[in-house]
Design a protein around this ligand. Structure first.
Ligand SMILES: NC(=O)c1ccc[n+]([C@@H]2O[C@H](COP(=O)([O-])OP(=O)(O)OC[C@H]3O[C@@H](n4cnc5c(N)ncnc54)[C@H](O)[C@@H]3O)[C@@H](O)[C@H]2O)c1
Length: 422
């Protein structure tokens, strides 16, 4: 099948590579450097599997039918299927996702190839695909939620937890789209690791679970799933806040709580707050979707992150004050890495930035160690790329995630990474 993928970020590129095993794929982006990198079989994002698959394709050791272009119109004109994976940033003024980049692609596709099926992979507000059908009745839209994690994007699409495709009920093409939804799910399943098609699931079923449902339900799945993850992070963070305030050993409490099989000993490591590109914006979007629907929990999940960051910032400032009382003149706080996760290459909305802002607002000098950032400062805080210099200049180092490279200055480090894992 001829497929065009709009957007070569984590979502678009991992899908483009996955689908290029058995289909002719053209990846479209608006950033020339990304298209140029891909044309040289280099990944514009850090992702171990994508990087090695592209290198193997370049060496002729792996067959991938993948081209990259800035010319969206040409790519969409020839495609039977267009996968849309452009950004949907949260717009705090409108209190909603900004879906304009999705619509830019939709309008371009409708202009050159109105019968193409468009699968929206970007995360969108609940009800969005039905709105697209009302606004562009000639368009054939599907929505398929994406569950990958950054840094493991291709891995997660090779080993998907589930494949979900939503069909807008109001579409004039709803019947035809039901078949297209199953066909698209089939493309994702056939692109996955062969062993996944035979795997046994916890509920006794075999293979990758495929669900075809209404697009509004599918959109809700994505936002409720991410909000549940944010709830879990917030729960263990709040447990940690309680333990730290009352002088309890948080790790002991968490171990004891999580041995309950219905809770489980995973995804329970305290942090400075949930962060990254998706959880902060997706929880806010779900709260906005609850307009005139009774709730208290969803708002609490959004607010819990602010409360946690306030607490962590207070803890940091308390430690700074202790240093002052101990005779250190103007102690310097160092932020070790701006990234959200170990191994990640980007720091969109990472929680440590919230701590950094709060600490600086209290007049404490802050410097940053972030080797991937090629800039002299970050929001006014000096960036130091030399680790030894960073360690010697800082009186206190804050790290959302522990890194063994800090072992020799462990007594200076403030972290809530109790289990030393993501
Ligand atoms: N990053 C994740 O872990 C993740 C997981 C699930 C869902 N999502 C959702 O998927 C969407 C994309 O996320 P991402 O992390 O891949 O974003 P990204 O910012 O990494 O990549 C998006 C790409 O789209 C390109 N783009 C922008 N406008 C375009 C246009 N008109 N035509 C073609 N390309 C265009 C950008 O240049 C960029 O390269 C978002 O809605 C996000 O919420 C992301």
């Amino acid at each position: 099948m001829r497929i065009a993928v709009a957007g070569t970020g984590y979502v678009g590129l991992s899908l483009a590579v996955l689908l290029a095993q058995r289909n002719e794929v053209v990846a479209v982006d608006v950033v020339p450097s990304k298209v140029e990198a891909l044309s040289r079989w280099e990944s514009p994002i850090a992702d171990a599997e994508i990087e090695s698959w592209l290198a193997e394709a370049a060496a002729g050791e792996r067959e991938l039918s993948l081209a990259a272009t800035l010319d969206g119109a040409a790519a969409y004109r020839d495609a039977e299927l267009v996968v849309i994976a452009t950004p949907t940033n949260y717009d705090p003024d409108r209190n909603f996702f900004d879906t304009r980049y999705v619509e830019q692609v939709v309008e371009l596709v409708l202009g050159v190839n109105p019968s193409a099926v468009m699968v929206v992979k970007s995360t969108v507000p609940v009800g969005y695909a039905e709105e697209l059908c009302a606004r562009y009745p000639e368009g054939r839209f599907l929505f398929s939620p994406e569950f990958l994690r950054e840094g493991r994007a291709l891995h997660d699409n090779l080993h998907p937890s589930r494949v979900i495709v939503g069909v807008p009920r109001s579409s004039a093409f709803a019947g035809e789209l039901e078949g297209a939804a199953r066909a698209f799910a089939g493309l994702l399943v056939e692109g996955a690791d062969a062993a996944e098609r035979e795997r046994e699931n916890a509920d006794g079923t075999r293979g990758i679970p495929v669900l075809v449902m209404g697009s509004t339900e599918a959109e809700a799945v994505k936002l409720f799933a991410n909000t549940y993850l944010a709830l879990r992070v917030s729960f263990f963070n709040e447990l940690d806040t309680y333990a730290a305030t009352r002088g309890l050993d948080a790790a002991e409490v968490i171990r004891g709580v999580c041995l309950e099989p219905r809770i489980g000993s995973h995804y329970n490591n305290p942090s400075f707050g949930y962060g990254g590109y998706c959880l902060p914006k997706d929880t806010k979007q779900l709260l906005a979707n609850f307009d005139r629907v009774p709730q208290s929990l969803i708002r609490a999940i959004v607010e819990a992150n602010r409360v946690r960051k306030d607490f962590v910032a207070d803890e940091v400032v308390d430690r700074v004050m202790s240093l002052v009382y101990a005779g250190v003149e103007a102690p310097v706080v160092g932020v070790h890495r701006l990234t959200m996760k170990t191994g990640s290459d980007n720091f969109r909305a990472s929680s440590v930035q919230g701590i950094m802002r709060r600490v600086r607002a209290r007049g404490v000098p802050v410097v940053v160690y972030e080797p991937t950032l090629d800039a002299p400062d970050f929001y006014g805080a000096e960036v130091i790329r030399d680790l030894a210099e960073f360690k010697s200049r800082c009186d206190l180092i804050i790290a959302n995630r522990w890194d063994d490279e800090l072992a020799d200055v462990g007594d200076k480090v403030y972290t809530r990474d109790l289990f030393r894992r993501d």
